[in-house]
Design a protein around this ligand. Structure first.
Ligand code: AN7
Length: 361
């Protein structure tokens, strides 16, 4: 068959067109889309071997702006534009602002971004700037930025698209649909990192909806992991000064606290914390064992699984999905911090010298 007479193959249309009737959005909303969703579910042969279970990675770094945020941004921006918004605002640790700015550019409306000064990776900052955002640095943390965003949206003509906007969760829940569509049923466990807690809330919505529709026979146990220095859901108290190298989840007072607690309770799941050292070690292990390079925050679920094993937990014989939330290229500086001088292996143009440097001799 030649290319021209081949039957047309299905092309992914973005999460609104793929799942529109399952989303609680005004059904006549035109989609502002960059083709988000449809991300790979990749088996981790490394972790399947380590656990004796079947461990799958939902690789959300494959979204258009490199994180899971695009799923909720297509719905939030589409609805905002449909309702006449000319500007959108968000607080962000970096990925929300990158995503919002891209979708605002696509919709040709104005993106306004509030970020904690000096705490955003260069890659994410570059994305917001290149997509034409008005970037405002705040002397404060993410939680302060969210307070400001809410204030701006209340008093000025600008739509708030943080995950306190329920349209965000409607888009983000499609990740659960994709997991079940791919595996044929819900997994036994779903592990993921948590910051502002929108994502765990959205996954739980999606899993419940598919089970109610009879598309899954069960719902997974939700296990969520925070960085130790920013782990309010573990300690039960807000962190006034959250601190972690995983800047994406440097959040002390998650907006979706109650929804996240409900997801953990209803699924018989739980929250736990992992240290920055565990997170960065897991990030490197995942990159080097599985070929999946994620940003530090995204490795919290991997670190969590390894910690559970150390503490005597078993995932043997179980199906486990771990969401890895954002791409490793978002923050190469933190990734390379532990590697010292990466260019200490300099040689002249000599095969023998290159072979020696490569450890082949
Ligand atoms: C890579 O971009 O909150 O628990 O402002 O970027 O749904 O907040 C990012 C969060 C996990 C946590 N992994 O998800 C923001 C922001 C990555 C992230 C989370 C974030 P939520």
């Amino acid at each position: 068959m030649t290319g021209t007479d081949a039957a047309p193959r299905h092309q992914w249309r973005g999460v609104i067109e793929e799942y529109r009737e399952l989303l609680d959005i005004p059904q006549d909303t035109p989609a502002v889309t960059l083709g988000e969703g449809g991300t790979p579910l990749v088996e981790s042969l490394w972790l399947s071997e380590v656990t004796g279970g079947s461990i799958w990675l939902k690789v959300e770094g494959n979204n258009p702006t490199g994180s899971f945020k695009d799923r909720g941004m297509t719905t939030a921006l589409s609805v905002a534009v449909h309702q006449g918004a000319k500007a959108v605002v968000c607080a962000s640790t970096g990925n929300t602002s990158a995503s919002m700015s891209a979708y605002a550019a696509k919709a040709r409306i104005k993106p306004i971004v509030l970020v904690p000064e000096g705490k955003i990776s260069a890659g994410k900052m570059a994305q917001a700037i290149m997509h034409g955002a008005q970037v405002i640095m705040v002397r404060g943390n993410f939680d302060d930025c969210l307070t400001l965003s809410r204030g701006l949206a209340e008093d000025y003509p600008v739509a708030l698209v943080n995950s306190v906007n329920p349209m965000r969760l409607e888009g983000q829940k499609t990740a659960s649909f994709e997991v079940i569509d791919r595996l044929g049923d819900a997994p036994d466990y779903h592990l993921l990192p948590v910051g502002n807690a929108g994502n765990i809330s959205a996954y739980w919505l999606g899993y419940k909806q598919y089970a109610d529709l009879g598309r899954a026979t069960k719902r997974p146990v939700m296990r969520a992991y925070q960085a130790e220095g920013a782990s309010p859901l573990v300690t039960g108290k807000p962190f006034p000064n959250p601190e972690t190298k995983a800047t994406a989840i440097r959040i002390g007072n998650p907006a979706s606290w109650k929804l996240a607690e409900a997801a953990a309770a209803e699924s018989h799941g739980r929250f736990a914390s992992v240290t920055d050292e565990q997170i960065l070690a897991a990030q490197f292990q995942l990159s080097s064992n599985d070929g999946v390079f994620v940003e530090p925050a995204s490795a919290a679920g991997i670190a969590g699984l390894l910690q559970d094993l150390e503490r005597g937990e078993s995932y043997a014989g179980k199906t486990v999905v771990i969401t890895v939330t954002g791409h490793g290229l978002k923050d190469t500086v933190t990734a390379l911090e532990g590697f010292g001088d990466v260019v200490d292996n300099v040689v002249d143009v000599s095969v023998e010298d290159a072979a020696a440097a490569a450890g082949l001799t």
